[in-house]
Design a protein around this ligand. Structure first.
Ligand code: SF4
Length: 145
């Protein structure tokens, strides 16, 4: 199975702070599956490192008030393009991110408060029939095929 993966979970240093978060248990999936790394925020044209962003009323905004929704939306569209090109049925996306988060994201106050919701890329993939898992839901994913 081809699986889209947040590149930062494979150790690529693409996070807003310039770091990655290598998850060995995801790397191990490469024994059986093909992992396609993507970073929607970089695909949308944002630099690394970059200012942290949270979603407020569907807009992607930095703490300083810079609106980067357009870049986030472009990153989501480019990611969907890759998911279709590689015929990915599933994606493992970094939890809580305003792009990649699924189920929970930060509330826009920059106070570390999580609420129910999806990042812009996770939402677009789900709308297009791709199953989205966080790095904490690998057991559910492995049960698929
Ligand atoms: Fe990782 Fe997604 Fe953020 Fe890129 S946009 S750094 S892949 S969580």
């Amino acid at each position: 199975m081809n699986i889209l993966v947040s590149a930062c979970l494979l150790g690529v240093e693409c996070r807003y702070n310039g770091y990655g978060v290598l998850q060995e248990d995801i790397v191990k999936l490469m024994n059986k599956h093909t992992l396609i790394p993507v970073c929607p925020e970089q695909l949308g044209g944002l630099p690394t490192p970059r200012k942290p962003v949270e979603l407020t009323d569907g807009r992607a905004v930095t703490k300083e008030g810079l609106d980067v929704t357009e870049e986030f939306q472009k990153g989501a569209i480019e990611t969907l393009k890759l998911a279709r090109l590689y015929r990915c049925d599933a994606a493992i996306l970094k939890s809580n991110s305003p792009s990649c988060g699924s189920a929970k994201i930060y509330d826009g106050t920059f106070q570390g408060v999580l609420i129910e919701g999806n990042g812009l890329t996770a939402a677009l993939l789900k709308e297009n029939g791709i199953k989205v898992y966080t790095e904490h839901e690998l057991k559910e994913l492995v049960g698929l095929k």
